[in-house]
Design a protein around this ligand. Structure first.
Ligand SMILES: *Cc1c(COP(=O)(O)O)cnc(C)c1O
Length: 373
């Protein structure tokens, strides 16, 4: 699905030299390189504050902790996403409310949002799934009307750009009260281990978030609030600081690969290729197709048998997961998530894909479809 080795080969000397510096100064935690990376990422995203942390799941949890929510408060998010988004809501004693996604973009169905808001709603978490932004202008409009803070789960769309109807452009993760991301190795900006970050333009909130990542400490050994221990370490920051200047190149390579796939599939009635909404670009964390009139699981197995990696993101919508059965979700309202979980398939997508590889993969997909439709 990803070719981290191919990508790594090209930047190995720079990373090794940064590692050498860290071996010499032994600032493994809280090194200057972490601060520098936060600054560089803030400049790239054009956001005032970047606060790094241990992983993308922590980032979501810390974001919720920074908003003073009370047990029983409701947090609206989507049914069709990675578990972390819902898990942290439950861990904090809050109540997740799941709404459906749009069948074309796979992102929050904004027509469902306002209906789900109650007096207990205290946060909304849109997820920029697979690499394109959710419809933030509409989401922010509804949130503002009801004075509810928005946390963008931007683990999959770092570097994507949203265009507002007045032409103003903003990077994914910088439009809501808080944005979160993950530097898990296979994410679009990936480290050599776990890592994450939060973004905000609010000075006071930034200070609070930084304190929460460090046990809720204000002045050394004085604690103002409950916090956690969640840090990006120096070695990860070194990797990320080498990759950040290449992020736009990486995105362009993914977009090129997506165009090759689109071209190969353009005449196939059984495949819905990724739809990119007009208000966003797509950084293709995943290249995900929807199969129509074709047994998705059979295709999945067939490709695996041919040693072609492919994956199902996500095979079971969150509302029907055993872990969350106490939350009493209403499946009747989540029909698109259910349909997508049975029909989506993600094909290999990374920065090192060649045209030949994409043509080889798509030919196998099309062959299967021809003989099964
Ligand atoms: C990867 C991911 C996360 C969690 O990130 P980790 O660094 O693995 O904790 C959260 N939300 C989404 C949508 C993700 O894809």
């Amino acid at each position: 699905m990803v070719d981290l080795q191919g990508q790594l080969k090209k930047i190995e000397p720079q990373i090794r030299s940064k590692f050498d510096e860290i071996f010499d100064n032994t600032q493994f935690i809280k090194g200057d390189i972490v601060k520098e990376f936060e600054k560089d990422l803030a400049a790239y995203l054009d956001v005032k504050h970047v606060i790094s942390c241990g992983n993308g799941t922590d980032a979501l949890q810390i974001a919720l902790m920074s908003l003073n929510l009370q047990p029983g408060d409701e947090v609206i998010t989507v049914d069709f996403t990675f578990a972390a988004t819902v898990e942290v809501v439950g861990l904090l004693g809050l109540t997740p409310v799941l709404i459906d996604v749009d069948p074309n973009t796979f992102n929050m169905d904004v027509n469902e949002l306002e209906k789900a808001i109650t007096p207990k709603t205290k946060a909304i978490i849109p997820v920029h799934l697979f690499g394109q932004c959710a419809d933030m202008e509409k989401i922010l409009g509804i949130a503002k009307k009801h004075q509810i803070p928005v946390i963008e789960d931007n683990a999959q769309a770092i570097g994507a750009t949203y265009t507002f109807s007045d032409g103003k452009k903003q990077k994914a993760g910088t439009m809501g009260r808080i944005g979160t991301t993950s530097f898990f190795p296979s994410k679009n900006l990936g480290a050599f281990g776990d890592g994450g970050a939060l973004f905000t333009n609010d000075d006071e909130l930034a200070e609070k978030i930084r304190s929460i990542t460090n046990h809720g400490m204000s002045v050394r050994y004085h604690y103002d609030r409950l916090g956690v221990n969640s840090r990006l370490d120096s070695l990860q920051a070194a990797v990320l600081s080498v990759k950040l200047p290449l992020l736009d190149e990486y995105i362009a390579a993914r977009q090129q690969a997506a165009l090759w796939y689109n071209e190969a599939f353009k005449d196939c009635q059984n495949i819905q290729t990724p739809f990119v909404a007009g208000y966003t670009d797509h950084v293709f964390h995943q290249y995900t197709i929807v199969l129509k009139g074709i047994d998705r699981d059979a295709l999945h197995q067939h490709l695996l048998s041919k040693n072609i990696p492919n994956a199902i993101y996500y095979p079971v919508p969150l509302h029907s997961q055993k872990a969350y059965e106490n939350f009493h979700f209403i499946p009747e309202n989540l029909t698109t998530s259910i349909t997508l979980s049975k029909s989506v398939l993600s094909l290999p997508m990374h920065t090192e894909l060649t045209k030949e590889q994409v043509e080889f993969i798509s030919a196998e997909v099309l062959d299967f479809i021809k003989s099964h439709s």
